[in-house]
Design a protein around this ligand. Structure first.
Ligand code: ZN
Length: 284
């Protein structure tokens, strides 16, 4: 009799364990599904792209795939070290307008995917910030979070943790762990076009090493300091694994420009109507 009770108890507890385990699995699946609706894209970029694609991607010929890459710098009312600024109130109006009008913000990985495949959200937008000012963390990041948008931050890695007015590594870590993309604006912001091949390489490689060491990011995107580059710059960047690089040349990004010389839309202080005019091809 004792033996039977023992067997029954063992079987019951085994069943209980299986039940608990399966419900745990269901829960964790649910969590990861939910996270897609929030700011997406951390490490499992490819699977998240798949899901977004199934939600609202359309298919176009690559040659007809144009994507606005917005270029912001400082988000502040005044910044003594930079005249390239947009006040936070204007920035919020712009992000709110994009949000309310059905735009999908893309990470750089998703931008690469869309440009190279023609699978693209109906209303795509890529939001980029150059240099790495601390107001990006204090002012832009909370607004992006509020609207569930992804920001792509090209930072000058030598300035992080060292130069007043720029972000700290802790700020970058927090943003990165909340779905923001941190990428390279080189280590020292020297104009790559003017450097020797060796110095070009050092400037790009040091930033990649920094991002890997401090944030465990395998850097594959680049923003040219002051938008200056030449053929040699593109070749050096490609040899270091850069898949896509952005310039300051005005226009919507398209594959035909070359993936390492993509155009962007500069956002300076402007009326909301002027801002909207950048998206005419998506709103008419
Ligand atoms: Zn810059």
């Amino acid at each position: 009799m004792k033996k039977y009770i023992f067997i029954i108890l063992t079987v019951t507890s085994l069943l209980l364990c299986i039940l608990l385990f399966t419900s745990y699995i269901k829960c964790s699946n649910l969590d990861s599904t939910l996270s897609y609706d929030n700011l997406s894209v951390k490490n499992a970029v490819s699977s998240k792209i798949e899901l977004k694609k199934s939600l609202n991607y359309v298919s176009k010929p690559v040659a007809d795939t144009y994507i606005p890459i917005l270029m912001y710098h400082s988000i502040s009312d005044s910044n003594p070290s930079n005249t390239l600024l947009v006040p936070p109130s204007e920035f919020e109006n712009e992000i709110a307008w994009l949000h309310d009008n059905g735009f999908t913000s893309l990470s750089l990985d998703e931008l690469y995917y869309s440009l190279t495949t023609g699978n693209v959200p109906e209303k795509p937008v890529v939001i980029t910030f150059d240099d790495g000012y601390d107001d990006n963390y204090n002012s832009a990041y909370p607004i992006l979070k509020k609207y569930g948008f992804i920001g792509n931050f090209f930072v000058i890695t030598d300035y992080m943790d060292t130069k007043p007015g720029f972000m700290t590594v802790d700020m970058l870590k927090e943003m990165h762990s909340n779905g923001m993309v941190i990428e390279s604006h080189t280590s020292n912001h020297q104009e790559l076009k003017n450097l020797s091949d060796e110095d070009k390489k050092t400037s790009i490689k040091n930033a990649q090493d920094f991002l890997k060491e401090k944030l465990n990011i395998d850097s594959k995107f680049l923003c040219y300091p002051v938008g200056r580059y030449d053929e040699a710059t593109k070749n050096v960047a490609s040899s270091l694994g850069v898949k896509l690089a952005v310039t300051t040349e005005p226009g919507l990004a398209n594959m035909n420009q070359g993936l390492t010389s993509l155009k962007r839309v500069r956002i300076s202080p402007m009326s909301l109507d002027a801002f909207k005019s950048n998206f005419k091809s998506f709103t008419n």
